[in-house]
Design a binder for this molecule. Structure first.
Ligand SMILES: [Zn+2]
Length: 110
């Protein structure tokens, strides 16, 4: 990561404090993507595997290799400081909302 990109990650997305505030020179970049499963594709692939004697690996090679998920919404990229990475218990779905909700960090207990 070069300087320009590092500057974009200088502040923690969760606590809005500088990433180095814990005194340890490291941080996390967390990419969150939500996917929906395509149940019809999964069932079709499972059916093929059953026709091939239950061999999922063979079905993977013989099958159409379709997309089995649909991305839901835009991916979120969060910068997380050491303190937030180790001391917070926060559901991924709540972290996903941090990017859209700028006041979220203030309301979440630490
Ligand atoms: Zn933080």
């Amino acid at each position: 990561m070069r300087e320009k990109e590092l500057r974009q990650h200088a502040v923690c997305s969760l606590c809005e404090q500088p990433i180095g505030r814990a005194g340890v020179p490291m941080f996390w970049v967390v990419k969150i993507e939500r996917h929906g499963l395509k149940v019809d594709v999964l069932m079709r692939q499972q059916g093929l595997a059953m026709q091939l004697g239950g061999n999922g690996f063979l079905a993977q090679v013989m099958g159409p290799d379709e997309e089995m998920t649909t991305p839901i919404g835009e991916a979120s990229t969060l910068t997380v400081c050491l303190t937030c990475a180790t001391d917070r218990a926060l559901p991924v779905s709540a972290m996903e909302g941090v990017v859209q909700d700028e006041d979220y960090a203030e309301r979440v207990p630490r």
